[in-house]
Design a protein around this ligand. Structure first.
Ligand SMILES: [Fe+2]
Length: 280
């Protein structure tokens, strides 16, 4: 396990500690799952190193030992299987967690289809029931902070989510925004594309100048619609939101958005990364 420390300035005048894990990518299958899921489990465990369960147990034990809330920002499972959902539920029930979904929570078979709302809804009811959590929006007051989780796992926000965030702000508490896919920010984009040599950036809110560097499908997938840009503009202007934490990219990064708020990207949970935030 790899513990990273991070200090967030929120003007609280006291210290609040929180833990953050993202992108565990559990890749399990058992006798209830079909042959295709078993093949997928073998292939994806190869991709993620096969230690996802071990690291999740270590991260979970660490949170229990510290008595701190553990935020998991999605891709807890890599694909929908009985074995993955049982393991994910056991984790959520055994540890004090705040969870939001990532794109993989809705993935039946990796890379099989265009991930749009219809594909997401196809898995939604099963995942919602088996994990026992809301998946598109969640909030929780913790030590005087309002933790608000919003699903952006398919690179879009909807207007109702903007409205709900505005309603959360009426509570008058500082808001820590939790999303799966990070928001577009220039240095993060360049780090991904130019330094790491990725073929797409995996960020929400890219403009055409950025999207033209991706292949046609990735540009289509990650092109923000008007509601998405309205949400981002709202986050920029909403004074209650003091920081944004996210995952999805599998490498840690911290940078300042143009509005002056900090955005933190968690490292890969499947490699044992856990971030310990001190918010003050
Ligand atoms: Fe993801």
């Amino acid at each position: 396990m790899n513990i990273r420390s991070c200090l967030i300035h929120a003007g609280l005048g006291r210290k609040v500690r929180l833990l953050h894990v993202s992108d565990t990518h559990l890749s399990l299958a058992d006798l209830r799952d079909d042959a295709r899921k078993h093949e997928l489990a073998v292939r994806r465990n190869g991709r993620f190193g096969g230690l996802q369960e071990k690291y999740l147990e270590e991260q979970s034990a660490y949170a229990r030992e510290k008595g701190e809330l553990l935020i998991h920002s999605g891709d807890l499972i890599d694909f929908v299987s009985h074995a993955n959902l049982d393991k994910a539920r056991a984790f959520l029930d055994s540890t004090d967690t705040f969870f939001i979904a990532g794109n993989h929570e809705f993935s039946q078979y990796h890379g099989e289809a265009c991930e749009d709302t219809a594909y997401k809804i196809n898995s939604y009811f099963q995942i919602r029931e088996r994990l026992g959590r809301d998946l598109f929006f969640a909030s929780r007051e913790y030590c005087g902070i309002n933790i608000v989780g919003i699903d952006d796992s398919y690179y879009r926000f909807e207007d109702w989510q903007t409205e709900r965030l505005a309603i959360e702000a009426e509570k008058g508490l500082p808001i820590l925004l939790v999303i799966h896919n990070p928001l577009y920010e220039e240095s993060l984009f360049r780090h991904s594309m130019d330094e790491l040599g990725q073929t797409d950036a995996g960020l929400v809110g890219c403009g055409e100048r950025q999207l033209m560097r991706f292949n046609e499908y990735r540009a289509f997938q990650q092109r923000p619609d008007a509601a998405t840009m309205r949400f981002i503009d709202h986050v920029y202007r909403e004074k209650s939101v003091f920081a944004i934490i996210s995952g999805h990219l599998h490498y840690p990064y911290a940078s300042m958005l143009p509005c002056g708020k900090m955005q933190y990207v968690a490292g890969a949970g499947f490699e044992g990364d856990i971030t310990e935030y001190t918010i003050e």
